[in-house]
Design a protein around this ligand. Sequence first.
Ligand SMILES: Nc1ncnc2c1ncn2[C@@H]1O[C@H](COP(=O)(O)OP(=O)(O)OP(=O)(O)O)[C@@H](O)[C@H]1O
Ligand SMILES: [Mg+2]
Length: 241
Amino acid sequence: MGASEPDGGLRLEDVHSGYGKLEVVRGVSLSVRPGEIVTMIGPNGAGKSTLLRTIFGFLPPTRGSIWLRGTPIHHLRPPQVLRHGIAYVMQGHNVLPNLTVEDNLILGAYIRADPGVRADVSQLYEQFPSLYARRHQKARVLSGGERRMLELARVLLMHATMLLLDEPTLGLAPKVIDQVYDTIHRINADGVAVLLVEQNARTALRHAHRAYVLEQGRIRFEGRGQELLDNAEVKRVYLGG
Ligand SMILES: Nc1ncnc2c1ncn2[C@@H]1O[C@H](COP(=O)(O)OP(=O)(O)OP(=O)(O)O)[C@@H](O)[C@H]1O
Ligand SMILES: [Mg+2]
């Protein structure tokens, strides 16, 4: 049981969810321990995004439970889930295009009560020089990769302990994908556990401590990233041979 794991990060127990009568997530149990990067791969329509929406509280599970550090969170709505320290970067639509880069950063930290946000933003710019260069420009002028960096930089300001990431490298060039993963590792090194959903399975498995394969709403495989990369069936079905 999740409650019996006092120190555990995120834990799902037999979670079911979907849309009306359509059950999409069909009994998923998984865990993300503090400090881990865990990836979830699986074909289109497997229910990966639905699972993240369920964890964040957009969809209530119809069965099962979700625990964060031993506290049940499956009955919470997204603002409360956020206050428990879970950040969620959806596919697209995360930045406000008509605000400047800097205002997007500051706004992302609105849940923080302390006055240190501006100082933290200045410090953050040292790690994200491309955002510093564009800090007074509207976010809509950013490239896809820069936008991703803005979304990820904002997570550091939120002081989250858990990050849910949906397809962070979709549509990006290989060099930019490397930068995005560098940033994910940096966030992780800052003490944030990561649950990452990816189409780009090979890359995701290389960067993850552990991984799950989701198929039709159920976990088909789980293991260390390298184990799944070496697994004959995973290779054949999910990695294109
Ligand atoms: N808002 C919705 N209303 C009804 N059905 C939905 C909704 N969103 C998703 N679905 C259905 O749920 C199933 C799983 O979708 P989901 O987006 O979770 O898959 P996914 O694994 O993230 O796929 P992809 O890799 O394409 O992003 C699909 O059959 C989809 O059509
Ligand atoms: Mg999806």
